[in-house]
Design a protein around this ligand. Structure first.
Ligand code: TXA
Ligand code: MG
Length: 322
């Protein structure tokens, strides 16, 4: 069962866990977050595992100051204005990611954009002390409502995490508003703790619902799709194919593959999740006609891994609902 510690006693224990690649439930002004080091694939895999997410949705990277934010995201003038007006606070800004941002690809689900937010209170102190951004989805099992008290979080996730930091009921009580600036227009991807009116008052335009080319919550599969075709659940490699292997049991004709990467030679799904997006990119860059993928079991994180593989294998220009 997770330990519940008051915020004024939790900084050092939380830091120790985060430095070890573990996850910690922390209070923010919106809802409690299930936080892990956004630069660590292992930590991010643990987040998805603890949430029981059937798929990898991109996560918000939480920062403690503007300097950290600018190392991660490329701010346009409107996004900068919004950050100045509402940070720290319940606004998340989606923007292009800096090439050397250091965010693990599992945290962005392979996207080249990043959702950034500067929270208030304990979270900000923790991030500043860690010196690294924290990836944090709402602290609830996938499909359940977001936790707004430490007790609710412990009741939901307590068996799967070690520490819940208690700072009382979250003042806002619902998730952050997510916006993305595109071609000088502010698009509303998710309504939340900052009202559209408040945004309009700052930028002089009313946020429009939805985004050009759909990117509300992890929907458009072509973002994740490699250029090479994908063939799943293979037992043999065909000429010209690269092989994305999993586990110790290998396909018989592996030597025919133009390139081979193994998601986890030991068959560890957490390791496989952490490697998934970077290995797909790497095999894509090998110039192979197609990527043949060995079967990955449907247990634990395997469900999310298989979801992403299936989306990557889907015909291009198909929108997959989320
Ligand atoms: O208030 C909040 O935002 C809380 C606290 C913990 O910060 N976090 C939260 O995270 O609600 P989560 O993972 O439950 O929701 C984040 C949303 C998801 O719907 C995800 O699809 C979207 O943000 N998102 C993340 N990165 C994105 C991106 N690059 N483009 C579009 N949407 C993105
Ligand atoms: Mg959520």
């Amino acid at each position: 069962m997770a330990e519940i510690l008051p915020a004024n006693k939790a900084l050092e224990p939380a830091l120790a866990l985060l430095r070890a690649g573990e996850v910690v439930a922390i209070p923010t002004e919106t809802v409690y977050g299930l936080a892990g080091d956004a630069t660590s694939g292992e930590a991010v895999a643990r987040i998805y595992e603890a949430k029981g997410r059937p798929r990898f949705n991109p996560l918000i990277a939480h920062v403690s100051d503007m300097a950290m934010a600018k190392r991660i995201g490329r701010f346009d003038p409107l996004s900068r204005r919004l950050a100045q007006a509402f940070w720290p606070g319940p606004l998340t800004l989606v923007m292009p990611m800096q090439p050397d941002a250091g965010i693990h690809p599992l945290a962005t689900a392979g996207l080249d954009t990043i959702a950034l937010r500067m929270p208030r209170g304990f979270g900000a102190k923790l991030i500043a002390a860690l010196g690294r951004p924290l990836a944090a989805p709402s602290a609830n099992t996938s499909g359940r409502i977001s936790g707004t008290t430490a007790q609710a979080v412990a009741a939901d996730l307590g068996q799967r995490i070690r520490l819940v930091v208690d700072d009382g009921a979250t003042p806002v009580g619902l998730e952050s508003t997510i916006v993305k600036v595109e071609d000088g227009r502010v698009r509303l991807l998710r309504p939340g703790g900052i009202a559209a009116d408040e945004i309009e008052a700052v930028v002089g335009q009313r946020p429009e619902r939805g985004a050009k080319g759909i990117e509300a919550p992890g929907m458009m599969m072509s973002h994740y799709a490699p250029k090479a075709g994908m063939r799943l659940g293979v037992e043999r490699v065909l000429p010209g194919e690269a092989l994305l292997a999993f586990g110790p049991q290998r396909v018989a004709n592996e030597q025919n593959a133009v390139a081979v990467l193994n998601l986890s030679p030991a068959g560890d799904l957490r390791e496989a999740a952490a490697n998934l997006f970077s290995f797909m990119h790497e095999l894509d860059r090998s110039g192979a006609a197609a990527i043949a993928v060995e079967p990955v079991p449907m247990t634990g994180l395997g469900e999310a891994i298989n979801d992403r593989l299936a989306r990557a294998a889907a015909p291009r220009d198909v929108v997959n609902g989320d």
